[in-house]
Design a protein around this ligand. Structure first.
Ligand code: 6GU
Length: 287
């Protein structure tokens, strides 16, 4: 049988129209919370919350550390929508389900996407708890043909061959650096290249060494697919990785990557991440 390659425009429309009918919020900014970073959504005021299971066509979250709720609200007086829990390839979703919410956000009127994740540090200079502004990415599933834009292109969203050399907005990164400096966070602020893999197994030592040599500073299992779809439909993108653990690069090391460590580092840096994102949102001007 022929495989479904994506949603139709009408399917996206049904979901977006349902949300527009069920909330008065009209967000210009969407925030996607990474593993263990769902607390970001809690700082929104005047919340209107939807469980993914109550939204027509919305996929469900299956991972511990991802709540599965869409939270509308205001941050520093600005209307935002926050995904508390995202979708990953390793959950078994086809890639077009992973990025479904991005096009919904676009149809709601969102102009800027803020994407966050927990990631393993490959760069030797990185420490656990560092916040890495994403300046570029390596899309490993994409090299193997698993790109969210594979399939017929809908011109109502964007171009067949979108540019990715300017995916991570320079002005937003500059603003984030200023905000971090003002907050006294410069010591743990980094900027680097994020590499996405399919997961769910963590990398081997040889894989970590390979990724480092390819120019990756951090490695994870998310974000890039969403960024590609957001850029395709004309959103500005800001991304950051919380370095929750150091990727194991050495055969003598006793340390082992694990999900609990990822969640724990998230808890420890949560309040600073929230403060940084609030100030960033405060500084974002509408298009
Ligand atoms: Cl070390 N690897 C991957 N792929 N994802 C992660 C991670 C490592 N740490 C947090 N997320």
């Amino acid at each position: 049988p022929e495989q479904k390659l994506g949603y139709t425009y009408e399917e996206y429309k049904v979901t977006a129209d349902w949300l527009l009918a069920n909330t008065e919020h009209r967000p210009l900014i969407a925030i996607i919370c990474g593993s263990g970073l769902g607390g970001l959504a809690e700082i929104l005021k005047d919340q209107k919350v939807f469980s993914y299971s109550d939204i027509p066509n919305f996929p469900q979250s299956t991972v511990h550390g991802h709540a599965g709720r869409l939270v509308f609200g205001t941050l520093k007086g600005k209307s935002c929508v926050c995904m508390q829990g995202r979708f990953h390839l390793y959950e078994g979703y086809p890639i077009w389900k992973v990025t479904f919410p991005i096009r919904i956000f676009r149809l709601l009127g969102v102009e800027t996407a803020i994407v966050t994740n927990a990631a393993g540090g490959l760069n030797e200079d990185y420490k656990v708890g560092d916040i890495m502004l994403i300046k570029d990415h390596l899309n490993m599933p994409g090299f193997a043909g698993n790109n969210p834009l594979v399939g017929p292109n809908d011109e109502r969203f964007g171009l067949r061959f979108p540019c990715m050399s300017d995916a991570y907005d320079r002005d937003l990164r500059k603003l984030a650096k200023t905000v971090a400096r003002d907050l006294g966070y410069s010591d743990f602020l980094k900027e680097g290249v994020y590499c996405v893999l399919g997961g769910p197994s963590f990398e081997t030592i040889a894989e970590c060494n390979m990724l480092k040599r390819l120019g990756a500073d951090a490695v994870g299992m998310s974000t890039v697919h969403e960024v590609i779809v957001a850029r395709h439909c004309g959103m500005r993108v800001f991304g950051l990785s919380l370095i929750t653990n150091k990727a194991v690069m050495d055969y003598n090391s006793e340390s082992k990557a694990n999900h609990e460590e990822v969640l724990q580092t998230g808890r420890e840096r949560a309040s600073q991440l929230e403060e940084m994102i609030s100030r960033l949102v405060e500084g974002i001007e509408p298009n």
